[in-house]
Design a protein around this ligand. Sequence first.
Ligand code: PBG
Length: 318
Amino acid sequence: MAINIKLDDLIYPYFVVDGSGIKEEIESFPGQFRFSIDRLIEDIGESVKLGIGRILLFGIPDRKDVLGAEAYKNGNLIAETVRKIKNRFPDLVVITDVCLCSYTTHGHCGIISDHRLKTIDHRPNIDTKKTVEVLAKIALTHAAAGADWVAPSAMAKGQVLAIRKALDACGYKDMKIMGYSAKFASNFYGPFRNAAASAPKFGDRRAYQLDCSNGKAALKEIADDIKEGADVVMVKPALSYLDVIKEARLRFSHPLAAYNVSGEYAMLKAYIKTIDHRPETRDREKNLVFEILTSIKRAGADTIITYHAKDVAGWLKE
Ligand code: PBG
């Protein structure tokens, strides 16, 4: 059966910063920008006009600290952004990333319990209990602002359950959770880390993200997230993990998302620019993007988070 990519299959990510009048292209991430809220609203207006129905928001605050307090303080950047977006575009499904890496000075996704003890291989000591408490607090501020789904991406054990409990207790029973369930410690996150200035300042994320050789662990993480109450589970990145997507599809009937990450996107952009010199850039890019998205959908993903979404929306309108 033919696989058609539809706009309803896609989620478009956006990066938001403090300030006003800002729309700056991100280093090594062609066609993707950091927006202040005012300029973001303009761009979302274009996306909505093109038919995009779901967006994923990442906050990049000016101020960071060791505890990531900017992520959950009253009137935090994402809460303000969500409020303004929902005010203007009530039907747009707004999904918020719930993590600490762009809010902490050390750039890790959790609360570090003891900075002296970085362990022999320089992996951080993440305090999982404290981390999930903080993630739940962040999710509540997004829910109160009117977000439709939250997407916890810290890979802290028990994060989905903690967030589900906190949301239910505060009356947000309808709010959905999309778990970044099977998130690999990947080399394909480079442009995103430029965007969010979220590269770890020491060590790496192997202490809490999955090893690329371990497909079994990925399936266990997905099963755990389903048990904890995730409405949607995710495999990330997509292209080097199509087998994991396929396996998850065969094993679980849950809604399944795949994240076509920044490095995958940037690789295609570089290929178009420097390697593939067939004429008609627009068609080349369009055909490559559709081939890639089709492969992810063929593997079994219902939903694809992709930086190509706005271009796809334009192409589908032609
Ligand atoms: C971290 C997070 C990352 C991405 C989304 N959330 C990167 C990381 O683990 O450093 C990457 C997405 C992309 O590369 O497009 N919470």
